[in-house]
Design a protein around this ligand. Structure first.
Ligand code: P6P
Length: 332
C-alpha cells in the first residue's frame, strides 16, 4: 500500500499552482499539526479534566465547553506562532485575531475549532472546520476584517477534521477533495480517500425534525414529500441526524444525501455560520460534485457582511439539494 502522508500530498498539490511560493503548503501543514494536537485531547477527553462546561457563553450565546476553548487556543497558538496567517477569525472569538508574529503571513484563516460541542461529553463525533483566503491587500501588517469577509468562492483551501471512530482530515485546494486517516502508531495523517466524489443522489436526509413546528410551510412540504412512499424515486429517504454538522456532512459526502438547516421561527437565517461552517463545507461539497445553497443563492456567492453571520444551508448530493430548493422556492 502506497503510504502518502498529508504533508506529501499537500506538497504534490502545489504543482497545480505554477506561481506557488510554498506558503499555502506550509499553512495546510500548520492546520494538520494543530489537528493532531486537538485530536490528542479529544480522544482522551474522558480521562482528563477537559469535559464539561467552561462556564460562560460565546459570541453565539452558546455555553462554552472546556474542549471548545482548548481546541481554540491550540489552533491559534500552534498556527499563530509560525506567522503565516496575518489574520484569523474563530467561532469562539468575537472579533478577528491578529497573531503576534505576522510579518510574512499573506493569508486569512477562518475556523470553527470544535463544532458539535454539545456532543463532546457523550462521545459523539465532533469536528474542526477551516477556510483559507489570500489577503486582499499586499501588506500583512494591514490585515483587517475585510480580509476575512470574502465570498466563499475566493477560498484557496478549505477542510475539516472529524474526530470519530477514526480521525479523518478532509481538504481541498480546488483540485478535488482528499481524505486522510490518522494513524496513531506513526502520528501521521495517511491518504485514505483520494478524490472523493459525492453521489448525485443519496438515500439520507439530515434535518432536526424536532423543529418541524418552527419550519416554513415550504420546508414542511419538502419534508412530507421526502417521507412519502415512492420506490421509483427512492422514497422514503432515511433520516440521519447526529446534531454534529461535520459528522452529518462527512457521512452524506461519502454515501450521498442532503443536509438541511432551514430558516426557523427562532433562527430566521438558520443557525449555521457562513464564514467557518457553510463556506468551507460548500467549497468541499462542490469540489466533490455536490451542491450547496441557502435555497436561493449559491453559498459560495454570498457576500458576507459580518464575521459571525448565519445562513440557511442546503448541502449535499446535487439532485437532492435541487429538490429541496424547488420546494422552498414554491416550484413544487
Ligand atoms: P440543532 C452544533 O451545535 C451545531 O452547530 C452543528 O454542529 C449541528 O449541525 C447543529 O448545531 C445542530 O443544531 O438546532 O439541530 O441542535
Amino acid at each position: 500500500m502506497n503510504l502518502v502522508t498529508i504533508e506529501r500530498h499537500i506538497l504534490e498539490q502545489q504543482k497545480h499552482f505554477p506561481d506557488a511560493t510554498g506558503e499555502l503548503t506550509d499553512l495546510l501543514n500548520d492546520v494538520a499539526f494543530a489537528a493532531k494536537l486537538v485530536r490528542r485531547e479529544v480522544v482522551r477527553a474522558g480521562l482528563v479534566d477537559i469535559l464539561g462546561f467552561a462556564g460562560g457563553t460565546n459570541v453565539q450565546g452558546e455555553e462554552v465547553k472546556k474542549l471548545d476553548l482548548f481546541a481554540n487556543e491550540k489552533i491559534i497558538n500552534a498556527i499563530g506562532q509560525h506567522g503565516r496567517f496575518a489574520v484569523m477569525g474563530s467561532e469562539e472569538n468575537d472579533g478577528i485575531i491578529i497573531p503576534p508574529k505576522n510579518e510574512t503571513g499573506s493569508y486569512a484563516l477562518l475556523f470553527d475549532p470544535l463544532d458539535g460541542s454539545s456532543n463532546i461529553d457523550v462521545n459523539v463525533s465532533v469536528g474542526t472546520i477551516f477556510s483559507i483566503y489570500k489577503l486582499k491587500g499586499e501588506d500583512p501588517c494591514k490585515a483587517s476584517i475585510a480580509d476575512c469577509l470574502q465570498r466563499g468562492s475566493e477560498q484557496v483551501a478549505a477542510g475539516y477534521v472529524i474526530y470519530g471512530s477514526s480521525v479523518v482530515m478532509v481538504y481541498t485546494t480546488g483540485n478535488g477533495v482528499h481524505g486522510f486517516t490518522y494513524d496513531p502508531t506513526i502520528g501521521e495523517f495517511l491518504l485514505s480517500h483520494e478524490n472523493i466524489v459525492t453521489p448525485k443522489t443519496g438515500k439520507y436526509y439530515s434535518i432536526n425534525e424536532g423543529s418541524y413546528a418552527q419550519f416554513n410551510e415550504s420546508t414542511k412540504k419538502y419534508l412530507d414529500y421526502i417521507k412519502e412512499e415512492d420506490p421509483a424515486t427512492g422514497r422514503p429517504y432515511s433520516t440521519r441526524y447526529i446534531g454534529s454538522l461535520v459528522a452529518d456532512f462527512h457521512r452524506n459526502l461519502l454515501t450521498g444525501g442532503v443536509f438541511v438547516y432551514p430558516p426557523t421561527t427562532t433562527h430566521k437565517n438558520g443557525k449555521l455560520r457562513l464564514m467557518y461552517e457553510a463556506n468551507p463545507l460548500a467549497f468541499i461539497c462542490e469540489q466533490a460534485g455536490g451542491r450547496a445553497t441557502d435555497c436561493k443563492n449559491r453559498i459560495l456567492d454570498i457576500q458576507p457582511s459580518e464575521l459571525h453571520q448565519r445562513t440557511p444551508l442546503y448541502i449535499g448530493s446535487e439532485d437532492d439539494v435541487l429538490i429541496a430548493e424547488q420546494f422552498e422556492q414554491g416550484l413544487r
